[in-house]
Design a protein around this ligand. Structure first.
Ligand SMILES: Cc1cc2nc3c(=O)[nH]c(=O)nc-3n(C[C@H](O)[C@H](O)[C@H](O)COP(=O)(O)OP(=O)(O)OC[C@H]3O[C@@H](n4cnc5c(N)ncnc54)[C@H](O)[C@@H]3O)c2cc1C
Length: 495
């Protein structure tokens, strides 16, 4: 009665943890690399350890926080500095407007919105409050299509594009609205306005979340969650096989249930080999760059795959006391139109997280800072990103950090000598596909699995999907989803 979990990222680990807690089943995790955690990983600068991947979780629902508390880590929970992030536009930079979803404001005429986009664009955006609604429940538009229609191009390009690039590595026109902001489209249809829908959703999220900031993390870095989870998994008797890449589900077909906690291209390859999926309708031709992956598998190849989904992060260590005052808040999102800057976002880690600043000061002395710049945009697959050399990325980051903090920095601009060290981290498929095409493909994979009767029927092994491609981006989606998958398995096996 073994449950196999394929993939030891946070989704696989959480599913295994929940199964060990709520069922009598034997659980084994197969992880391809030599390290558990996937996109939750440490980044070491000598004696200082920061996050190499995910650094915080959204608190719009209580689920991740509750999970952290159940792990016994409540005392490590920490809020970011409340100063907030900035937005770098082509000709100006300023604090990011507060009340929004994906940069879409609840009040298009608010002072902080006007300050960034100007009066004319704010007035155009405010037309949303009265304009007739032409979208219907049958539509499946991109974020960009809806924002441009309701609030105008200026707002879409100025406020929304930098945020979607920072979070999803993609512009608003490449993102399926229903995928990245569940419920927002439907609320807009009911409210008759995008701004009112944002206001209503923000209100609901704030009511659902415990009081406090929009994200939280753990002192010492979010990667610490992985060590604690691993210890608890081992204590609960979960077997962990590292360095074991599952190429074919036949390798583990003696298990009663298999949780596939992988990216969707990899998951659909495994499923195609395991089940005789009928060829899926090839409705995707001509919609983008096709990089063949699954030829002969019965599933069409993924669009926008390896070359473009990846991001590269460059973390710089600086001795720069002029950054003590948090001159750009907790960091910056960068407009794709900002000339002379290649990074799409910069996190000022030591301004955002008090524990990181304390650690840097304690280990290296006062005035030390860490910033993290991210590279890679879907629209620009040949631009710098995951495929670039370390040297190229570090050179870009050294230049971008000076530009982003500006020449008029109190205490003087950052000089090259103040940048002490750099580390590059690359991530390939830890961010799921979020275009309408990929959303459709994901639904097809799930539907094909349902049709096969292998989710809860009599066929063995039963197959289950978890992880960010199926749950949505970020721990706030991945963690509760993985727990639900595990609870369902426990329930099925007890009936
Ligand atoms: C740079 C970056 C920053 C992020 N920042 C945040 C953030 O601040 N907040 C937030 O909430 N989210 C953030 N995210 C997203 C979040 O990290 C992911 O949603 C989440 O970690 C995904 O977990 P997962 O288990 O689904 O996938 P992964 O972490 O990708 O884990 C999948 C695992 O499966 C293994 N694997 C792959 N193929 C096989 C195989 N065939 N057999 C066995 N094992 C296999 C891989 O080695 C990997 O360990 C960030 C992501 C990235 C990349």
């Amino acid at each position: 009665m073994t449950v196999a979990v394929v993939g030891g990222g946070v989704a696989g680990m959480v599913a295994a943890w929940e199964l060990a807690r709520t069922s009598e089943r034997d659980v084994v995790i197969f992880e391809a690399s030599d390290r558990l955690g996937g996109a939750l990983a440490p980044l070491r600068f000598g004696s200082v350890t920061l996050d190499a991947g995910a650094e915080a979780f959204a608190t719009r629902g209580p689920e991740v926080r509750d999970f952290v508390e159940q792990l016994g880590l409540e005392s490590l929970l920490t809020d970011p500095h409340p100063v907030g992030a900035w937005l770098q536009l082509p000709h100006t930079a300023g604090p990011l407007p507060l009340a929004g979803i994906l940069g879409i404001p609840a009040d298009p005429e608010a002072e902080d919105v006007r300050a960034l986009i100007g009066d004319a664009a704010a007035e155009r955006a405010a037309q949303d409050l009265h304009a007739p609604m032409r979208w219907t429940a049958q539509d499946r538009p991109s974020v960009g299509a809806v924002v441009r229609d309701r609030m105008g191009d200026a707002l879409a390009d100025t406020l929304v594009a930098p945020i979607t690039a920072g979070v999803y590595s993609a512009g608003p026109d490449a993102l399926d609205l229903r995928t990245v902001a569940p419920g927002l489209f439907e609320t807009m249809l009911t409210e008759g306005s995008l701004a009112r829908a944002v206001g209503a959703q923000k209100g609901r999220q704030e009511a659902a979340a415990k009081a406090g900031s929009a994200v939280q993390s753990l002192r010492g870095g979010l990667w610490g969650l992985v060590d604690v989870l691993e210890r608890q998994l081992l204590a609960a008797g979960v077997r962990i096989e590292r360095g074991r890449r599952i190429e074919d589900l036949a390798e583990i077909s003696d298990c009663e249930d298999i949780v596939i906690a992988l990216d969707a291209p990899e998951a659909s390859d495994l499923l195609s080999r395991a089940l005789s999926f009928p060829p899926l309708p090839s409705a995707f031709g001509g919609l983008g760059t096709t990089i063949p992956r699954s030829s002969g598998s019965g599933l069409p190849p993924w669009l926008i795959d390896d070359a473009t989904r990846g991001v590269a992060l460059v973390t710089l260590l600086l001795n720069a006391p002029q950054l003590d005052a948090r001159p750009r808040g907790t960091g910056m999102l960068v407009s794709p139109k900002a000339e002379g800057i290649t990074a799409k976002a910069m996190t000022h880690i030591s301004a955002k997280w008090g524990w990181a600043k304390e650690e840097l000061d304690a280990q290296l002395g006062a005035g030390h800072h860490a910033v993290r710049l991210s590279y890679g945009r879907i629209e620009d697959p040949h631009g710098p990103g995951r495929g670039s050399s370390d040297e190229e990325l570090i050179a870009l980051a050294r230049r971008d950090v000076v530009t982003l903090f500006g020449q008029d920095l109190v205490g003087g601009p950052i000089s090259g000598e103040q940048i002490l060290d750099a580390r590059v981290a690359r991530w390939q498929r830890a961010l799921p596909g979020t275009s309408a095409v990929q959303a459709a493909r994901l639904r097809e994979v799930q539907a094909a699995l349902r049709r096969s009767g292998r989710m809860s029927g009599t066929g063995r092994p039963r197959l289950h999907l978890a992880g960010t491609w199926f749950a949505g981006t970020g721990l706030a989606r991945v963690v509760p989803h993985a727990r639900r998958v595990a609870t369902d398995i426990a329930r099925i096996s007890s009936t």
